[in-house]
Design a protein around this ligand. Structure first.
Ligand code: UD1
Length: 421
């Protein structure tokens, strides 16, 4: 079993470079297999979710080459291979193979997705969208069997009952080759959706409106290879910004390869806390702050405050003065970091589904458990702020989504190591 050990309390400073977005790349890889010639993805993060996706597409017949952060995917020999179990069950984003395979071959067998336990994570909206396009769906022995009823999918008008990132991307993938036009209303507007639409369009698809609440797709017959740069990971950037804002001394931390526009609600929240930042075209420099003000946070779909950033921000809030609250309207049960932060000396409780923080707190090291990816990130931030030693177990979750986190934190002066037990 691997663990992360942090000896906290050190002043961090310097520069950290953000990698390509996990939530983009986990959709870009399944999208790439829809092409009929090689797709080159640049800025691919070195995370275990990417390794799992590569293994899956290789099983389907894709040839994959990785050189640094460039991934070349040759999908020429990809077949509609049934993927009822195995790796596919290990990650949430494997559901994108439903849309990609159904779109490409008009049929797919894909195991039910795994991923972080944030409470119920249904895929009903994905399935309703596929059905609207003319797919017949059976759920048997933990796998979804999808098939175009008339041999091919047809364009449709779809209204999403709930704003969902995954369902938006998945229906977009399935619609790319449909006969006629598909209109999807009330879609999610996350930057990752624009990134996937950009790749698809560069492959020859006709997707319009990504980034607004209505996407219109005109079916095309073929998709070809292309070259695409993955957008920077706004959640990784937000995590390092929270860590930077918690520094009381030193020369500050520059977070580079970040797009301010993707992080506006988060940065405004940091400003409300009194954090001083210099925003440049592709970097944000954070000055050390001695006194932070407490804030109230409520998560919403983009451009609202990201659910993925509420846990890392909570660790910073422990340092602020006053009474604060965090309410996650997207995943109410995304609160597993709360008992762990309390174990580290944080005055933090759960009242119904609201996290209440009293601060400021002096944190101390403890043995804690990462229950999910972003809870793990919150514990890394807290461990670096705490005095003494923090040992985090279940770190596989963290390594699923943070590229070279040990090396990046060390470069900033943090005392952190990954140990094998
Ligand atoms: C994606 C992100 C995840 C992020 C989340 C919300 C990826 C791989 N993961 O997850 O990091 O926390 O967006 O920003 O991109 N819902 C339904 N039915 C569905 C689908 C979703 O009721 O069919 C609900 C969910 O339970 C949740 C809300 O809609 O309450 C939003 O979920 P969604 O945007 O779909 O999250 P994911 O795409 O799974």
């Amino acid at each position: 079993m691997r663990k992360i050990v942090i000896r906290g309390g050190k002043t961090l400073q310097g520069e950290v470079e953000i990698s390509g977005a996990k939530n983009s790349v986990v959709a870009l890889i399944p999208a790439s297999i829809m092409a009929d010639s090689p797709v080159v993805l640049e800025g691919v993060p070195d995370i275990s979710d990417v390794k799992s996706l590569i293994e899956i597409i290789e099983l389907m017949g894709a040839k994959v080459e990785r050189m640094g952060d460039t991934l070349t995917i040759d999908p020429t020999h990809v077949k509609s291979t049934p993927m009822p179990s195995g790796k596919i069950n290990s990650l949430r984003a494997s559901y994108y193979f439903m849309g990609a395979l159904l779109g490409k071959f008009n049929e797919a067998v894909v195991g039910l997705p795994g991923g972080c336990d944030l409470g119920p994570r249904p895929i009903d909206l994905h399935l309703k969208g596929f059905e609207a396009l003319g797919a017949e769906i059976k759920n048997e022995n933990g796998a979804m069997y999808l098939k175009a009823a008339n041999g091919t999918l047809e364009g449709a008008h779809i209204f999403m009952d709930n704003v969902s990132v995954g369902a938006t991307i998945n229906i977009m993938l399935a619609s790319v080759h449909t006969k006629g036009i598909t209109v999807i209303e009330n879609v999610a507007r996350e930057p990752e959706i624009i990134d996937v639409a950009t790749l698809l369009n560069n492959m020859g698809a006709r997707v319009r409106g990504a980034g607004t609440d209505e996407i219109r797709i005109t079916g095309v017959k073929e998709l070809h290879g292309t070259r695409h740069s993955v957008i920077p990971d706004r959640i990784e950037a937000g995590t390092y910004l929270a860590l930077a804002a918690a520094q009381e001394a030193g020369s500050g931390i520059k977070v580079s390869n970040v797009l301010y526009e993707h992080l506006e609600s988060f940065i405004l929240k940091l400003e409300e806390m009194g954090v001083e930042m210099v925003v440049r075209e592709d970097s944000i420099e954070v000055k050390p702050s001695k006194q932070l003000k407490m804030v109230q946070v409520k998560t919403y779909p983009y451009p609202g405050f990201a659910t993925d950033l509420q846990q890392p921000l909570t660790s910073l809030m422990l340092k602020a003065t006053g009474v604060g609250s965090v309410q996650d309207t997207i995943y109410e049960k995304r609160v597993n970091h709360v008992p762990e932060l309390a174990r580290m000396g944080g005055d933090i409780q759960l009242e119904q589904n609201k996290v209440i923080v009293h601060g400021p707190n002096t944190l101390h090291g403890a043995e804690v458990v990462a229950s999910d990816l972003r809870a793990g990130a919150a514990l890394v931030v807290a461990g670096l702020l705490a005095s003494g030693e923090t040992t985090i177990s279940n770190v596989e979750f963290i390594l699923r989504g943070y590229d070279n986190i040990i090396e990046k934190v060390r470069k900033l002066g943090g005392d952190i190591e990954l140990i094998e037990e």
